[in-house]
Design a protein around this ligand. Structure first.
Ligand code: AMP
Length: 208
């Protein structure tokens, strides 16, 4: 499966991707995770990206497109990939189409996980992540339920930044819904339900 996950911040893209990875072992390409790793490692990319991320703004297209194109050259993606958090702008979507055309690996679907913005604000302000395995939980998880690791709150999961991320999503990313609808790749799922229920719909929508 070659898919992109669309949806606002906190819609559940990472959670659904993790479930797909566990069941189907498809490589998960999360640009947010790649950028956070670069920030933590203090690389040039991380230094460039940090201020955009902290403000809830998008990292410039040229930086992020190069990162994803390089990742798609790695052989583990030959059998499929789940792109999570990319594309986020029309320029990114066009660049992705061009690269996948070159690689002769077209997309099978663009899966939109749809959640009301006010639900997202509440969800993200209480979201916590595991430092060790990346598990996505919430403030009631004192330790990671999966591996026992330390749970932390992302720097950009505070209300002001979340509201800005939602505005950026509306302005720059939501036009991609029509872009993928136009190429008949769009599948929309109601993401405001228990993650396992959403996952059952995801699999049905992707004929898995
Ligand atoms: P995420 O983990 O997907 O919510 O991404 C966290 C932050 O990383 C975003 O708020 C952006 O600052 C940056 N980011 C992730 N993916 C992209 C992308 N495709 N384009 C631009 N910025 C991105």
């Amino acid at each position: 499966m070659n898919i992109v996950l669309l949806g606002g911040p906190g819609a559940g893209k990472g959670t659904q991707a993790a479930m797909l990875v566990e069941e189907f072992k498809t490589p998960h390409i999360s640009t947010g995770d790649m950028l956070r790793a670069a920030v933590a490692a203090g690389t040039d990319l991380g230094k460039k990206a940090k201020s955009f991320m902290d403000a809830g703004e998008l990292v410039p297209d040229d930086v992020i497109i190069g990162l994803v194109i390089d990742r798609l050259q790695e052989p583990d993606t030959d059998a499929g990939f789940i792109l999570d958090g990319f594309p986020r702008t029309s320029a990114q979507a066009v660049a992705l189409d061009a690269e996948l055309g070159k690689l002769e690996r077209p997309l099978d679907a663009a899966l939109l996980i749809d959640v009301d913005p006010e639900v997202i604000v509440k969800r993200l302000c209480s979201r916590r992540m595991c430092r060790d395995c990346g598990f996505i939980g919430n403030e009631s998880d004192a330790a990671c339920p999966k591996c026992g690791g330390e749970m932390y709150q992302r720097d950009d999961d505070n209300e002001a930044t979340v509201r800005n991320r939602l505005e950026v999503y509306e302005k720059s990313t939501s036009p991609l819904i029509d872009y993928y609808r136009g190429s008949e790749l769009l599948v929309a799922i109601d993401g405001d339900r228990d993650p396992k229920v959403v996952y059952a719909d995801v699999k049905e929508a992707l004929s898995l």
